[in-house]
Ligand binder design. Structure first.
Ligand code: ZN
Length: 335
């Protein structure tokens, strides 16, 4: 009995000593455990910061465009959703066909078209009102302006910069374009020259492109979230190279340019292809690329579009530059 009691006491003493040793802050075992725990917690924090659990809410607006919006919207939606970063809705405005079918009904429907922008992080413009020449209601325009001013994002995709001829605030948002405006008098030209973006009041046409070809894009801002990590030069697919865009050109960050030579219908200037523009607390990503569905299969379009949309939505980019991103020699595609 005494031996059993003695054994029990020894066991209790030993257990307490081990527990006290393990709990002591200075002991190496404790230090190791704490270090591992801190490292794990910091990794967990990093994952949480870099890959936000919540998806970005995007809204594609279409319905009018002198481009193939019925075919390109599903592809844009697919690109965004497949990245795993976005959930996507589509708002389709009354169309040109609607106008032709019943002009009165169309007029009424367009007057009441006002997507609930505030529900989203970013609006993707696949909309070009020049197809009908009809503008949105002042309520819809005001709601859009307020959405961006309050920190929302907008992506002006290709011919969306042809839209809203008379909406001055829209032209401030997209920086330059000016299609269908009065040549010579509308805003300024913006292009890249001698290592910097320059503006010019020079007279001349407003918005133009030559024949499609596979042009070289040069990154001009390697520190911007959207272009950081991209090759300095990359070959875009056969596409329209927009030149001679002009507009308010206020606070436009020219992220990447392409040379539009005279023999391709250009004016031998390095024209802005990718731009970032602030508006109030909001952000606009302006990409001139992506005329039609085949161009939306090019990796240069897909990746710059995704990164631009993410930046416009949340002000930073977590989407990586993939291995199949093109270099300077030839474009790459995904099918
Ligand atoms: Zn086009």
């Amino acid at each position: 009995m005494t031996r059993r009691l003695l054994l029990t006491l020894v066991c209790v003493f030993a257990f307490q000593s081990i527990m006290a040793y393990a709990a002591a802050p200075a002991n190496p075992l404790r230090k190791l455990v704490n270090a591992r725990k801190a490292k794990w917690q910091s990794a967990k924090r990093e994952i949480a910061q870099n890959v936000p659990a919540e998806k970005i809410k995007a809204l594609i607006v279409d319905g009018q465009n002198n481009h193939n919006w019925r075919a390109t919207t599903p592809v844009l939606k697919d690109i965004l959703e497949k990245s795993g970063r976005f959930s996507v809705d589509v708002a389709t405005a009354p169309t040109k066909k609607d106008k032709e079918a019943d002009a009165e009904k169309y007029k009424k429907d367009l007057a009441s078209f006002k997507p609930d922008f505030a529900q989203y992080d970013v609006i993707i413009g696949n909309y070009n009102s020049s197809e009908t020449g009809d503008e949105w209601s002042s309520e819809a325009r005001k709601a859009f302006e307020e959405f961006i001013k309050n920190g929302g994002g907008y992506v002006s995709y290709h011919a969306a910069d042809n839209s809203f001829r008379n909406w001055e605030e829209y032209h401030k948002m997209i920086g330059i374009a000016g299609w269908y405006r009065d040549a010579d008098t509308f805003g300024k030209y913006l292009y890249w020259e001698d290592g910097k973006a320059v503006t010019s009041d020079e007279k001349g046409r407003c918005g133009h492109h030559g024949p499609q070809w596979a042009f070289l894009i040069e990154v001009r801002d390697t520190s911007h979230q959207i272009t950081k990590g991209l090759p300095k030069e990359f070959r875009h697919c056969q596409d329209e190279l927009y030149d001679c865009l002009r507009g308010p050109a206020v606070d436009v960050s020219v992220l990447a340019t392409a040379l539009a030579p005279k023999d391709k219908g250009g004016r031998d200037k390095h024209e802005p292809m990718l731009m970032a523009i602030p508006y109030g607390k909001g952000r606009i990503f302006h990409t001139t690329l992506g005329h039609d569905v085949p161009m939306l299969k090019s990796v240069s379009f897909i990746v710059t579009f995704l990164r631009g949309a993410e930046w416009a939505a949340i002000g930073k980019v977590t989407i990586p530059v993939p291995d199949d991103f093109p270099g300077a020699d030839k474009p790459t595609f995904r099918h």
